[in-house]
Structure formats: structure tokens, C-alpha cells
Design a protein around this ligand. Structure first.
Ligand code: MN
Length: 131
């Protein structure tokens, strides 16, 4: 799926270019925060080939992230494990403390909702780009 089609068909607003996190992404992504109350939820859209760097959602208690895939084709990979291909309807549970990345396939745009699991002392540590 190309980016234009994905944007046109997106159920949730795609939002503007994700400039605040651009330093942690290869390629262009778009971000629209859907909820900032209670549970933080963002709609993240990736152009084909765009992916984020290795990162860790840290927490002293609880925390982590849940991805709900809404469009396109992409991948999720945990450090030391094979990449998992993702399609709309897939759900990824990412525990706090697990190093991982997520992003689009080379030939397809990709979109997921990113749900921040509430916790105590939460932060994100950004690491190196994916090879
Ligand atoms: Mn993540």
C-alpha cells in the first residue's frame, strides 16, 4: 500500500510530520495523538521503508507498549529474535525493558496505534538505528 492511499483510507486522523521524534526514525513518519488522558494513545504512520531505531520502554513498575496495527504492512522485532511481519488487525504486546523496533516494510506504508501502558517511572531509551 502506498502512503497516499493509506492516508486517504485511514480511519483515524494521520496528523502532521513527526518532527519531534524524527531523530529516532529512519525515513518520514506522521504522528497524531489520539489520547493524552488516562492512557496515552498515538496514531503512528510510516512511509514505505520508514522505521524507528532500537528502543526500550522503561518503567519501574508496569509500563510497556501495545501496538494495534491499522493499515499497511510492517515489522516488529525484539533484540536477538527474528522480525515478525505485521498486517492490519495484529496486536503486539511489548513488555517494559525489552529492546525492539517497529516500522514499515520496504515496499509498503504502515500504520499502528501505539498505546502506552501506564506505569511508574516510565521513560523511553532510544538506541542505535536498525541495520
Ligand atoms: Mn516501541
Amino acid at each position: 500500500m502506498d502512503l497516499k492511499t493509506l492516508k486517504e483510507e485511514s480511519i483515524f486522523e494521520v496528523g502532521g510530520e513527526n518532527v519531534n521524534y524524527a531523530q529516532y526514525f529512519e525515513g518520514t513518519s506522521y504522528l497524531n495523538m489520539l489520547s493524552l488522558e488516562g492512557v496515552v494513545i498515538g496514531n503512528v504512520t510510516f512511509e514505505p521503508g520508514c522505521r524507528n531505531h532500537w528502543h526500550i520502554h522503561k518503567a519501574e513498575k508496569g509500563g510497556g507498549q501495545i501496538l494495534l496495527v491499522t493499515a499497511g504492512r510492517g515489522f516488529y522485532q525484539e533484540w536477538g529474535k527474528p522480525a515478525r511481519e505485521l498486517k492490519p488487525g495484529d496486536v503486539v504486546n511489548i513488555p517494559a525493558g525489552v529492546k525492539h523496533w517497529h516500522g514499515a516494510a520496504k515496499d509498503s506504508a504502515f500504520q499502528h496505534l501505539a498505546i502506552e501502558v501506564p506505569g511508574e517511572g516510565t521513560s523511553t531509551e532510544w538506541c542505535e538505528p536498525v541495520d
